[in-house]
Design a protein. Sequence first.
Length: 123
Amino acid sequence: MREFAAIGALFGALGVVLGAFGAHALRGVLDEAALRTWHTAVEYQLWHALALLAVSLALPPSRWRRVSAFAFAIGIVLFSGSLYALALGAPRLVGVITPFGGVALIAGWSALAVACFALRRDQ
């Protein structure tokens, strides 16, 4: 799980960089709607980077912990990545990817819940 912890930390760092980039370099370049989309992508990336770190470092090894970490990582890439692309002017068709990322994030939280319930049962 060290790999997922490292990926979570990198997603966190990248989220800060992309947040600053959006706030400074893209202001005046993108319209308000695109900046809101960018901001949403940054928020989801940062929150789920923290979730990925928590799953990777705070829980004992289990299949559900691994499923949760994997789902969070994929969800960040698909959800936030597609929103970044849309904000920068990618074709609207890219928006088809966003819900798949959202489902992956929901799956990550759900798998985390199962991992927590399983942990409680094992004690």
